[in-house]
Ligand binder design. Structure first.
Ligand SMILES: Nc1ncnc2c1ncn2[C@@H]1O[C@H](COP(=O)(O)OP(=O)(O)O)[C@@H](O)[C@H]1O
Ligand SMILES: [Mg+2]
Length: 317
């Protein structure tokens, strides 16, 4: 069996006057959660529909573990997906919905109960899906995606409609899948939802990729490797740090205590602690500057206003 991946290359898709996909290309690798982020209308759902053969692209290819989706005999065993949690037969119970799907994929009925448990839906198994909240529908969608124990998972906006507890659960669930070697693609129009979840980010706007980066690299670039140093010996600390090759800017002095704050670049927090300790320069704080994923995203797209969300322009799909 080939490695679990999603490979999208040069996808183009037009809906009338709208160019929904304009050369969309990226790879989703195993053992990672890949966040697929961009404003509403950026082409995330369309890309996912093309991957599943639900929309035809005019150009480009989409492969799941090296194969076109349409050529998979039991697709749910290869890729599990959740595109539209509302797409349910409302009169069917959660369990019957899963039994029907399991049957279509040559899977044993016991799988339905296993995935209900996995999604935390055992207590609601015999309730009609039509009465489910959006959060419960998302969980049922996750259960369905897991039926065939696939190596590749793809979820479109799975955080939508989840309460805070559900968001924590979803994050842990996605992380667990990646930890067990699965390739996981998860879309969101809100960067903040992917904080502490995505290892890798494919950031998109207007049908194409703006950035394809590890989350760690994006955060490091946005933080500018700045370190904050709090010290009562501003002059002494500045001299020692500059001698070691760092660039130091003073963030002002608290006159009462004579305590100052320095912003330092060019040295890691660890080496600053070692340096100041070694020279017996007193300090009260040495901390690496941290930025939120949201702030990093805004910095990345600062010069590309084109790619920002225009709330009135697109409806969420
Ligand atoms: N079935 C469709 N008919 C017409 N336009 C569509 C259709 N599906 C998507 N679009 C348009 O394609 C663009 C990309 O949409 P979509 O892939 O849903 O973006 P996202 O999921 O990133 O919000 C948008 O301009 C959207 O309005
Ligand atoms: Mg969408």
């Amino acid at each position: 069996m080939s490695e679990a991946t999603i490979e999208v290359s040069g996808l183009r898709k037009r809906f009338g006057a709208v160019l929904a996909l304009d050369g969309m290309s990226f790879t989703v690798r195993p053992g990672q959660v890949t966040g697929f982020v961009g404003p509403n209308g950026a082409g995330k759902s369309t890309t996912m529909r093309v991957i599943l053969g639900l929309d035809a692209a005019e150009a480009g290819t989409a492969l799941v573990s090296g194969r076109r989706y349409q050529t998979l005999r039991f697709p749910l065993r290869v890729i599990g997906s959740l595109l539209d949690a509302a797409a349910l037969q409302p009169g069917r119970t959660a369990r019957n919905h899963l039994l029907w799907l399991a049957c279509s994929q040559g899977l044993p009925p016991s799988r339905a109960d296993e995935v209900l448990d996995l999604a935390g839906l055992t207590a609601a198994a015999r309730r009609k899906a039509g009465g489910f909240s959006l959060g419960m529908r998302q969980r049922l969608g996750v259960a369905a995606a897991m039926l065939g124990d696939p190596q590749v998972l793809m979820l479109d906006e799975p955080f939508n409609g989840l309460d805070p507890e559900g968001i924590v659960w979803m994050r842990g669930f996605l992380r667990g899948l990646a930890a067990r070697g699965r390739a996981v693609l998860v879309s969101s129009h809100l960067m903040s939802e992917l904080q502490d979840t995505a290892d890798h980010l494919v950031i998109v706007g207007r049908g194409k990729v703006i950035a394809d980066t590890s989350t760690a690299a994006l955060l490091a670039a946005a933080s500018g490797d700045r370190v904050t140093v709090g010290t009562a010996a501003v002059a002494q600390a500045t001299a020692a740090l500059e001698l070691a090759g760092a660039t130091v800017t003073s963030g002002g002095t608290d006159t009462a205590g004579g305590n100052g704050t320095l912003t330092v670049t060019g040295l890691t927090a660890e080496s600053i602690v070692a340096l100041l300790s070694g020279r017996a320069v007193p300090f009260s704080e040495v901390s690496a500057h941290r930025v939120s994923l949201e702030a990093a995203y805004l910095e990345l797209t600062r010069d590309a206003v084109d790619y920002r969300a225009e709330p009135a322009r697109e409806a969420t799909r």
